[in-house]
Design a protein around this ligand. Structure first.
Ligand code: DX5
Ligand code: ZN
Length: 220
């Protein structure tokens, strides 16, 4: 297991002052920026694209930006995110016609690649693409909105994913996304996650630093 990463989801930030709010979360101790891209097609909500990512880079955000694509199709937008300054790009297998090709495309574009599993999506794809993955993202809510409740069955799925990572012997991160709070993050870490996305828990807190510190303490 690798050192824990806290990745605030800027979906819960103030979009009218996104640069400042993102910088504030990083100054408060966050490691990465989680960047949720929704297209009102693969998921029923619409958010931000490569231009906004490029603006964050221009504003001076140098931390890794973890792009979570909830879009269909996937391939055609990958080079745009790479050019805009994405560090890691993850996508849902249901949204790509050719999962292996999409993973290759992301890596050829110079980014790290991740595959995302919805609450009811089995982990079977992992049997074939482990060697092309830098991260596995387990959704602990149905994608599309922030502020939802953590689905408890996710803990068992995290354990299964952790077993597969250990068996592969590769340094693949295991990320969890949805409903993560300082109260449940300890159990989530114990189930095998090492990379934690949190949107509302951080951005709706009065004191980002205190919230992130509470999360780190609970992770142990
Ligand atoms: C949901 C997004 C999440 C979301 C998490 O589709 O992928 O990243 O922003 O928000 P919270 O932490 O509020 O559940
Ligand atoms: Zn996300």
């Amino acid at each position: 297991k690798q050192s824990p990463i806290i990745a605030p989801s800027i979906l819960a930030a103030d979009f009218a002052r996104l640069g400042e709010d993102t910088a504030a979360a990083l100054a408060a101790g966050a490691d990465w920026v989680h960047f949720d891209v929704m297209d009102n097609h693969y998921v029923p909500n619409l958010t931000i694209g490569p231009m906004v990512l490029a603006s964050l880079r221009k504003y001076g955000i140098t931390a890794p930006i973890d792009v979570h694509l909830m879009v269909k199709p996937v391939d055609r937008i990958v080079p745009d995110f790479a050019k805009a300054g994405a560090s890691l790009i993850s996508f849902h297998p249901e949204a790509s016609e050719h999962i292996d090709r999409t993973l290759g495309l992301i890596r050829e574009s110079g980014c790290q690649a991740g595959l995302v599993f919805n609450p009811a999506t089995p982990l079977d794809h992992l049997d074939y693409v482990m060697d092309k993955l830098d991260m596995i993202l387990i959704m602990s809510v149905n994608p599309g909105f922030g502020g939802q409740k953590f689905i408890p069955g996710t803990l068992d799925k995290l354990r299964q994913a952790r077993e597969r990572i250990e068996a592969s012997g590769r340094a693949i991160r295991l990320e969890v996304d949805g409903g993560v709070t300082a109260d449940n993050i300890g159990a989530i870490a114990a189930a095998g996650a090492d990379t934690f996305v949190a949107g509302s828990a951080i951005f709706h807190a009065k004191d980002y630093a205190a919230e992130i510190a509470a999360m780190r303490k609970a992770i142990g």
